[in-house]
Design a binder for this molecule. Structure first.
Ligand code: 4AD
Ligand code: MG
Length: 467
């Protein structure tokens, strides 16, 4: 008998199927009823909603005993218009197969709501909850939206390596990759580890960014984007940091600061609009259960023009706020990096809309950013969002070989290992720009979830790598 997915039965026009025999399969969410009738709500993951199965307790006595929350069953029966309110259709059971029971004494997901902390401990089962089902379906939709956005605009998906020898961001937060025996590594005469004997013949690590390789793509294919796992060994135990996250990094030849920030804004709005257009059932659930201003916030973002704010003006606004009595934990002064409390003040209290901050002091940004003529700022951009803080970091790139190498020398970087990158500036250099969007930060925004550990299936954070 033909099996239908629940999404199809609840969303498509199934008037032609009413009265015919069909099959549905899924996991039991609830079972209720009395001695005359039993109602079983099952969910197959295709959609947030369950389909209701109506069964005669006398006929299915054995099966019903084995059916509890979490069990997996298959049901054959007649599709009928639903008697009760709620769903349009339900299934009158003729045959029930119990594929797998879920012992109610030990199955951890019971009907009552569980805390996010508890669900993280059972991360292998949490995708079966409504909340994580909604978030994971939306993750898929956002990934699909991202590929669609770039494909429609003529960008090529470019695969940067995950194992690399260069620290793009220069922050030294890399996870080393080695096959050497850590208890007894080969050593050079001076006692240091001899990486020439390691697998790759040199010291390697997991990438913190695909940008440097992405620049090679942009300076040949014109416009590329990467979309892959990214690793940072920063010891940040915050609701916005993961040690393994996904980043989208477009890189474009012949873009300047204005076309860069325009693309950043268009890109985020496209993703948010996609969520509103394709994920409304899940959004309505999250709006009800997690954050009741979620849908309103998403709608308002796509209608708002993001503010362009030079760093120097941002500092002035913060200093004025402090003069008027605003208290921050961390001090504000020109030249220092903004803390997330400062970013959130600008976005949530001062402007009340997303802010694209530009022209940062060069000393707080990476070596590759284009230097301004003032000698102290670079054409970096951060997109700052309500609730999240920084969602995108990007910049125009320094295309001058002389200026770039001078900056690398100033920072004491090892030029010899970067000659391949410098070739982009040595041969046919061109103005270009790009940015990185943290996929999970976008997921935080579109789902209204509060903790980044709850928008990725299996989070990796300091001291946790379960499942
Ligand atoms: O600002 P970041 O460090 O910029 C870069 O890596 C550049 N190479 C991007 C580029 O220009 N191609 O990181 C970019 C974004 C951040 O804005 C943030 O959204 C996200 O990546 N991100 C993280 N997300 C989760 N956990 C972490 N530990 C993150 N670190 C950065
Ligand atoms: Mg950044």
């Amino acid at each position: 008998m033909k099996r239908y997915e629940i999404k199809y039965l609840l969303k498509e026009d199934v008037s032609g199927l009413i009265g015919s025999d069909i099959c549905v399969k899924g996991w039991v969410r609830t079972k209720r009823g009395n001695k005359n009738v039993a109602f079983i709500a099952i969910n197959d993951g295709s959609i947030i909603h369950n389909i209701q199965v109506v069964a005669d307790p006398a006929r299915f006595e054995d099966e019903l005993k084995r059916i509890t929350t979490g069990a997996c069953i298959g049901v054959e029966g007649k599709l009928v218009e639903s008697q009760g309110s709620g769903q349009a259709v339900e299934v009158q059971a003729e045959r029930i197969v119990v594929y797998g029971e879920a012992d109610p004494d030990t199955y951890p997901l019971q009907k009552k709501g569980h805390s996010m902390e508890f669900l993280r401990e059972i991360g292998h089962l949490r995708p079966r909850t409504n909340t994580f089902g909604a978030v994971m379906r939306m993750r898929h939709h956002m990934a699909y939206a991202i590929h669609t956005f770039f494909h429609e605009r003529g960008f090529f998906y470019f695969h940067s390596p995950l194992i690399t020898a260069s620290d793009c961001e220069g922050a030294g937060e890399m996870f080393q990759v080695t096959t050497l025996d850590l208890n007894n590594p080969p050593r050079k005469e001076d006692g240091s580890v001899d990486y020439s004997q390691d697998f790759f013949g040199k010291m390697t690590a997991l990438t913190v960014s695909g940008q440097l390789e992405g620049e090679l793509g942009a300076t040949s294919l014109g416009k590329i984007y990467t979309f892959g796992p990214t690793f940072r060994a920063e010891n940040s135990n915050t609701p916005r940091h993961l040690a393994e996250f996904w980043m989208i990094e477009p890189e474009m030849a012949f873009y300047d600061l204005d076309s860069l920030t325009a693309l950043e804004e268009e890109f985020i709005k496209y993703c948010v609009r996609w969520a509103l257009d394709h994920c409304m059932d899940d959004l309505e659930f999250l709006n009800k259960m997690i954050d009741n201003s979620l849908i309103e916030r998403l709608r308002s973002v796509i209608e708002t023009e993001f503010v362009r704010l030079p760093y120097t003006e941002g500092i002035k606004i913060l200093e004025e706020a402090i003069a008027k009595g605003k208290k921050f934990e961390f001090p504000v002064s020109w030249g220092t990096d903004l803390a997330s409390e400062h970013e959130r003040y600008l976005v949530e209290e001062h402007f009340r809309k997303p802010v694209i901050m530009v022209d940062y002091p060069k000393d707080i940004k990476a070596f590759y950013m284009k230097q301004n003529d003032d000698g102290r700022t670079v054409q970096g951009t951060d997109v700052l969002f309500p609730q999240i803080g920084e969602i995108i970091g990007g910049s125009v790139r320094e295309e001058s070989y002389d200026k770039l190498t001078a900056r690398m020398d100033e920072l004491g970087m090892d030029r010899a290992s970067m000659e391949w990158y410098l070739d982009t500036r040595r041969f046919g250099t061109c103005p270009h720009a790009g940015f990185g969007l943290g996929f999970e930060r976008l997921m935080l925004f579109v789902t209204g979830m509060a903790n980044i550990r709850d928008v990725i299936p299996f989070p990796r954070t300091p001291k946790t790598a379960e499942f």
